[in-house]
Design a protein around this ligand. Structure first.
Ligand code: MN
Length: 298
């Protein structure tokens, strides 16, 4: 497995990114894009925060999945939904269209691997069975297009946010989940709504650094794995970061959220592209030597 020799290329402006940005603009005005082609054998997304309160987001996701027919695999790294209160509630939450889009993609021959996030941590086996998704526990080491990649939603790397970690530890307990899922739909929904407004209010008082990843947590995660590539979401700070520690070089690729349209990573054998906000950042493998370098690929 080739894990060294990555080159870091900031690709801006980028033809395909500009095409994508234009298509997204059209999508916002309800013109479904029809020529956007998503290439790359494996596609990863996260942090869509889909909810019936934002119909354009649902439409955007459904259009996106139609462009994925033919990719080798789709990974969803958490927070597909803004919130989730149990696998029996897709219809009540107005989210059956999302389920249908996933099912259609799965039936067209694209396997879908799903990791839950801190918003939709209650997604379970019933949801996966009905949509054809395979549920993946985090952190996971996956071989993707020939690269061994560490996958995580990302919130567990934000260890400076003590309150969030405390909350996560509680809701991760099987007994908490069982008690919650045994409540009626309307009870569960009002608890979820209360949790959402609490989290929004909390964010206003937290510094930006607290809500980003902790570098020691990232290094630990990589040290405990065999990977030199880490892909995660959650922070809504898309980018590609180089990390050097203990004579190792690793790369942290952060997916964006979908407030400005789709953000996704394409992983091919020879390159990795991150799309967000009409831009594209690429990691590519050097052909001649294995040193790292920056090159602009306009
Ligand atoms: Mn999240």
């Amino acid at each position: 497995m080739q894990e060294s020799g990555w080159e870091y290329a900031i690709v801006h402006p980028h033809d395909r990114a500009q095409v994508l940005a234009k298509r997204l603009g059209e999508l916002v005005t309800n013109t479904v894009f029809h020529t956007m082609d998503i290439t790359g054998p494996v596609v990863l997304i996260s942090d869509l925060h889909l909810t019936a309160e934002d119909p354009s987001g649902l439409e955007c996701f459904e259009a996106f999945t139609r462009h994925l027919h033919g990719v080798d695999q789709l990974y969803i790294l958490g927070d597909l939904f803004e919130y989730w209160v149990g696998d029996d509630s897709a219809e009540a939450l107005g989210l059956t269209g999302v389920c249908t889009a996933l099912k259609r993609l799965h039936e067209s021959g694209t396997p879908i691997t799903l990791m839950t996030g801190n918003r939709d941590f209650l997604l379970g086996q019933d949801f996966c069975k009905s949509t054809g998704c395979h549920l993946l526990q985090e952190p996971a080491e996956e071989e993707i297009s020939g690269h061994l990649i560490l996958l995580q939603h990302g919130d567990k790397l934000c260890t400076d946010d003590i309150n969030h970690q405390r909350h996560r530890a509680i809701v991760d307990q099987p007994s908490w989940r069982e008690t919650f899922l045994n409540k009626s739909f309307s009870q569960r929904q009002s608890l979820a709504q209360a949790g959402r407004s609490q989290s929004e209010a909390g964010k206003r008082y937290k510094s930006a650094d607290i809500m980003d990843v902790n570098h020691a947590a990232v290094e630990n995660a990589l040290l405990n794995s065999r990977c030199s590539l880490l892909i995660h979401g959650h922070t809504h700070r898309p980018g590609i970061h180089v990390i050097t520690f203990e004579n190792r070089t690793a790369w942290r690729i952060v997916l964006g959220d979908w407030t400005a349209g789709p953000s996704y990573v394409c992983v091919a054998p020879e390159r990795l592209d991150l799309y967000f906000e009409g831009r594209c950042l690429s990691l590519s493998q050097s052909e001649e030597d294995h040193t790292l370098g920056v090159h602009h690929d306009a």
